[in-house]
Design a protein around this ligand. Structure first.
Ligand code: ADP
Ligand code: MG
Length: 443
């Protein structure tokens, strides 16, 4: 049975299982970008993005991967790791080992794309200082703040700026979770010395989400020594956490006090002005013209998480595209209402309810809406019912098609667009649809 599937198909199943067995950070870093290339005899070729990943997988995850693969193919199978079509030669050190880390940076997370406001001014200035003058400004630099406020963005920006300035600088970015995983694995495989060597030979170490260390004594112990070694050699260390060092639960006192040696800068939620600035910048990056009145709606609704702020903008843009409608404050409110209001309302609104309501409003029968009838009144009622279903429930296009008399998703799509367009030109239709939506929400 296995032979009938392509290598890529098999590999995707393997990845699906591995995803359940390793941590998210681990999966993202080492497995996500791999592909199944060839399955021949008892050899399974896997393509990986660079030598560093190949070496890591070879050392740390080969047995897990092979075990999983054998579970799926039911044959004894050996994994061959390939970089650009070349098989990994065990034991050969790659000179580009450090370079291999660079693709780990998100090219969008730079100082250029970081909008400065009152809440993050100090953190931003300190981050710039660390990037421009590594090891000689604040060491360590500790950045802390709530979720989605730009900590990871700043760490990536520091790493990329420092790297751009001095190409041979060995910059290492790692999440605390990944650091922990690698340590645990290196212990299991008796390669702790390699692990230490790797971290202690960095010129700049960026550690994200340090709160993960809390209560993990062995990791803290190890990090403590890495920290000291780097710090003694004036290597820049930048750490992020979700709160100030002294507030992190279960962190050893000696680590805590070291984190306070340099500068601890907090990031506060953005004020209204900064939220507007961020939205403007993000809309600009996407090349989508969005009016200030629309951005204001978003900036007012989403206040304390920049990731959500960004998400809400993307949602509004996608929503407008789907409906082929102009991006107006009203449309933005609708798009966001779905996010905020859905969880509580969703249970109450069923296709049957919508059908009843629309049929009543257009004075046709629910059965007629589901039937093939094509007189104008019935067609409009049907289209409005589909539109409301899309907006007010979680139904997919094909589910809506089924509910409305077995119509195709393409027909549903067409109807949604038609209603949205007509609402733009026909105020009385718009008014009617909005009233219907309102009465649905109020149950
Ligand atoms: P954290 O690590 O603090 O949870 P992130 O760095 O992942 O937050 O930021 C979440 C999202 O918000 C990212 O897409 C990031 O680019 C964006 N972001 C955060 N702060 C800013 C800012 N000041 N300017 C522009 N984008 C920002
Ligand atoms: Mg983060």
């Amino acid at each position: 049975m296995a032979e009938t599937r392509s290598a890529q198909e098999i590999w995707e199943i393997v990845l699906g299982e591995l995803q359940l067995q390793v941590s998210k950070a681990n999966y993202r870093t080492w497995l996500e970008k791999t592909i199944g290339i060839r399955y021949q005899g008892s050899e399974f070729a896997v393509g990986v993005p660079n030598t560093f990943v190949a070496e890591y997988l070879d050392r740390n995850q080969r047995s897990l991967i092979e075990k999983t693969l054998i579970g799926i193919t039911r044959q004894n199978t050996r994994v061959v790791l390939q970089v650009n079509g070349h098989e990994l030669k065990p034991g050969v050190r790659s000179p580009e080992k450090w370079q291999a880390y660079l693709p780990g940076f998100n090219p969008k997370y730079t100082f250029n794309t970081f909008v400065v406001g009152n809440g993050n001014r100090l953190a931003h200035a300190a981050a710039l200082g660390a990037a421009e003058n590594p090891g000689h400004s604040y060491n360590p630099l500790f950045l802390y703040g709530g979720v989605g406020l730009g900590k990871t963005h700043l760490l990536h920006a520091i790493g990329q700026a420092a790297q751009a300035q001095a190409g041979n600088l060995r910059v290492l970015y790692v999440s605390a979770e990944q650091f922990t995983n690698e340590l645990v694995q290196s212990i299991q495989e008796k390669r702790v010395a390699d692990f230490r060597q790797r971290y202690r030979s960095a010129d700049m170490l960026l550690v994200d989400d340090i709160q993960f260390f809390g209560g993990k004594e062995q990791t803290e112990e190890n990090f403590f020594h890495t920290f000291n070694e780097l710090h003694n050699n004036s290597r820049q260390i930048v750490i992020s956490g979700d709160r100030a060092p002294k507030a992190i639960p279960l962190l050893q006192e000696r680590l805590r006090s070291r984190f306070e040696w340099g500068l601890a800068a907090d990031i506060q939620p953005p004020d209204f002005e900064t939220r507007m600035g961020i939205l403007e910048a993000k809309a600009g990056q996407q090349n989508v013209p969005v009016g200030m009145d629309v951005l204001e709606v978003l900036a007012q609704r989403v206040q304390s998480n920049i990731r959500e702020l960004e998400g809400s903008l993307n949602r509004v843009i996608a929503y407008a595209r789907l409906l082929r409608a102009a991006i107006t404050p009203e449309l933005a409110r609708q798009a966001l209402q779905d996010i905020v209001g859905r969880a509580s309302q969703q249970a109450a609104i069923t296709p049957g309810q919508i059908l009843e309501l629309v049929a009543g409003a257009f004075q046709v029968s629910p059965l007629a809406i589901k039937s093939p009838k094509r007189d104008k009144q019935t067609v409009v009622a049907r289209q409005v019912a589909m539109y409301l279903l899309k907006q007010e429930s979680e139904c997919s296009l094909s589910q809506i098609g089924k509910e409305m008399g077995n119509r195709s998703p393409a027909t549903v799509m067409y109807s949604l667009e038609k209603v949205a367009a007509d609402m733009g030109t026909d105020p009385s239709l718009r008014h009617q649809v909005q009233e219907l939506a309102q009465s649905l929400r109020q149950g």
